[in-house]
Design a protein around this ligand. Structure first.
Ligand code: HEC
Ligand code: HEC
Ligand code: HEC
Ligand code: HEC
Ligand code: HEC
Ligand code: HEC
Length: 446
């Protein structure tokens, strides 16, 4: 009786302790993730214009050649209003060519300094518009948001950094669990010593005198029979699964040398697949684009938008801007000087889809002749942050689709006559790819 009561109180004590610590951790966790960091607003050096209106005008008219803090086609424009007279700037921005032609010394000097490139004229802009633009070009570079949130959060981990809070919570949990184990051992020892001292027999000692569970199990023949049948079936099931998936790489998503997001390019930016995989239409292979194709855009896109950047850090743990720097390193592009200077270091993309050599697959046949969308076979590519193999790419997969897909006759006059004759021969029903010979071994095997 006495030992019973002792057991109970120890268990209750532990349960209560566990409950209190866990719930306090949960509360702490919620606190840390909901306190929202407000990004610091850019400091505005007021110069009589509206920076917000100016930003829109700048993006529409000037951003293709100018950046605020970095040289692009034209010079960096940060605080250009302090560099020149306002009247001169009105004239320059409205029509720099006219100003240069008029022999204005300052204009000619600027023109020569930047390699005699021509700036567009903007006669449509009023002086007020230009004041607004110049107010915008006077804005200080905003501090990185993550740092701002960290400073504000104080002792609590930066709220923008979810992985950090998670790690802290996990660490705390581990420590608490460790403490619990130690506590358990200590309590157990103390109780045992206490029991021994009082000459009480503990439950463990009582149990040793009963038949152990495994012995009881072996003695029960029915239980043994049922469990062996179960084990045999289960192992057969898993062995079959393992054998059937030899060489099937569905879901394969290797780490690439540059983190390249189809979600951002094909999804958000809606770049057509064929802009990059241009040979899918005409040839067997789709091919991976050369880095020149990337640089068509990335000469002027050196950094992602602030919101994209934050999403990358928070949801995927990827610093997108660093990834673009890798692209620059690989192509030898110097973004400050805006020209290729360095050595090229080709990027070796890891191949994901790969049929064995014995099989023949042709993209043009499917994309152009068959009129099948890329996504039918490659899945929701525009949502993939990391590319992975969506379809099994087994023979059964190819054959199934050939059995189920009807021949597409729209815009494919070549097949019309054949289709008519074949269809009549088969009692006038719709033709599938299989009827065209899509199941013949020789079509897919060399
Ligand atoms: C087609 C490219 C292009 C566009 C668009 C463009 N600029 Fe320029 N800008 C230049 C170039 C190039 C220079 C360097 C001078 C030169 O070679 O004419 C320059 C020079 C300037 C300068 C003198 C900077 C200095 O530090 O000396 C100012 C100011 C300027 N641009 C303002 C603007 C504004 C404002 C807009 C938009 C309304 C704009 N530019 C649009 C190409 C452009
Ligand atoms: C801006 C260029 C670009 C665009 C647009 C683009 N891709 Fe890609 N694609 C790449 C690059 C680079 C790779 C290699 C890196 C990787 O696997 O993520 C790739 C890889 C792939 C692969 C895997 C190739 C392999 O190794 O097996 C498939 C499949 C693919 N893209 C399909 C598509 C589809 C479908 C679309 C349109 C929805 C598309 N891509 C749009 C650049 C692009
Ligand atoms: C048609 C224009 C275009 C082409 C071509 C293009 N990109 Fe981009 N890329 C963008 C834009 C736009 C963004 C930024 C999106 C944002 O800020 O939200 C971006 C972002 C990125 C990023 C950061 C996000 C990420 O995906 O990790 C990387 C890295 C990148 N591009 C690499 C490449 C590579 C490699 C190629 C060539 C295979 C390429 N890009 C081709 C327009 C392009
Ligand atoms: C009928 C299914 C199917 C369709 C439709 C399809 N693909 Fe593929 N794709 C495959 C198979 C299968 C492979 C593997 C080919 C191999 O290993 O020889 C592949 C491989 C690729 C590769 C890797 C490089 C290569 O050429 O082997 C890229 C990139 C690719 N596809 C892009 C595309 C794009 C872009 C489209 C749309 C224009 C598209 N695919 C449409 C089935 C398809
Ligand atoms: C999503 C459905 C689909 C899948 C999956 C598919 N195919 Fe096809 N396949 C077609 C269609 C549709 C055509 C007919 C194109 C045309 O009109 O010429 C075709 C035609 C072919 C042909 C030419 C047949 C002939 O009679 O000329 C070959 C070869 C072929 N496919 C091989 C493959 C291989 C190999 C795979 C698997 C790796 C595969 N296909 C997967 C739909 C598919
Ligand atoms: C529509 C295209 C297609 C047709 C038709 C086709 N095969 Fe295949 N076959 C494939 C593909 C793709 C693979 C590779 C699949 C893989 O690696 O799992 C393959 C693999 C094989 C393999 C290797 C087995 C393995 O799992 O690696 C054999 C053997 C084979 N096929 C025999 C045949 C015979 C015999 C026929 C005619 C009755 C035939 N195939 C018709 C596409 C086809």
């Amino acid at each position: 009786m006495i030992n019973r009561r002792l057991h109970f109180s120890a268990g209750q004590f532990l349960l209560a302790f566990l409950f209190v610590t866990l719930s306090s951790i949960a509360v702490y966790g919620q606190d840390a993730t909901t306190s929202d960091g407000v990004p610091a607003a850019p400091v505005e050096a007021s110069s009589g214009g509206d920076a917000a209106l100016g930003e829109a005008l700048f993006k529409a008219n000037c951003a293709s050649c100018h950046k605020l803090y970095k040289k692009a086609v034209g010079p960096a424009l940060f605080q250009v209003s302090q560099k020149y007279e306002r009247e001169w700037l009105y004239k320059w921005i409205k029509n720099s060519a006219k100003l240069i032609a008029s022999g204005d010394a300052q204009a000619v000097a600027v023109y020569n300094e930047y390699g005699q490139q021509n700036m567009n004229s903007f006669e449509q802009l009023s002086n007020v518009d230009i004041d607004n633009i110049l107010a915008y070009t006077d804005t200080e570079k905003p501090a990185p948001v993550v740092a701002a949130a960290g400073a504000e959060g104080g002792a609590v981990a930066g709220s923008g950094d979810n992985t950090m809070t998670n790690n802290i919570i996990l660490g705390a949990l581990a420590i608490v669990l460790l403490l619990l184990v130690v506590l358990l051992v200590v309590v157990n020892k103390t109780l045992k010593r206490f029991a021994d001292a009082n000459g009480i027999q503990t439950e463990f000692e009582i149990e040793e005198e009963r038949t152990p569970i495994w012995k009881a199990f072996v003695q029960n023949q029915f239980l043994v029979l049922v469990s062996s049948i179960f084990l045999l079936l289960a192992s057969a099931y898993f062995a079959y699964g393992a054998l059937m998936s030899v060489g099937v790489d569905q879901g394969y998503a290797p780490l690439q040398p540059i983190h390249y997001s189809h979600r951002i390019h094909a999804g958000t930016s809606q770049i057509d697949c064929k802009y990059c995989h241009s040979s899918a239409r005409e040839s067997k292979h789709s091919g991976i684009p050369s880095l020149n194709v990337c640089m068509n855009c990335h000469k002027s896109i050196g950094e992602v938008a602030q919101s994209t950047y934050q999403e990358g850090m928070e949801e995927y743990g990827i610093d997108y801007n660093k990834e673009i720097q890798k692209l620059y390193a690989a192509t030898g592009w110097d973004s400050d000087e805006q020209k290729f200077v360095g050595e090229e270091k080709p990027v070796r993309w890891v191949r994901i889809h790969n049929l064995p050599d014995l099989a023949y697959f042709n993209h043009a046949q499917h994309v152009t002749a068959g009129n099948i969308a890329c996504q039918t076979c490659h899945g929701p590519v525009e949502e993939m942050e990391i590319m992975y193999q969506y379809s099994p790419l087994t023979m059964g997969w190819c054959i199934n689709c050939h059995r189920e897909t009807n021949v597409d006759l729209q815009g494919n006059g070549y097949y019309e006559q054949i289709h008519k004759e074949l269809s009549e021969a088969r009692g006038g029903r719709q033709l599938t790819i299989a009827d065209l010979g899509g199941l013949e071994c020789g079509k897919c095997h060399y």
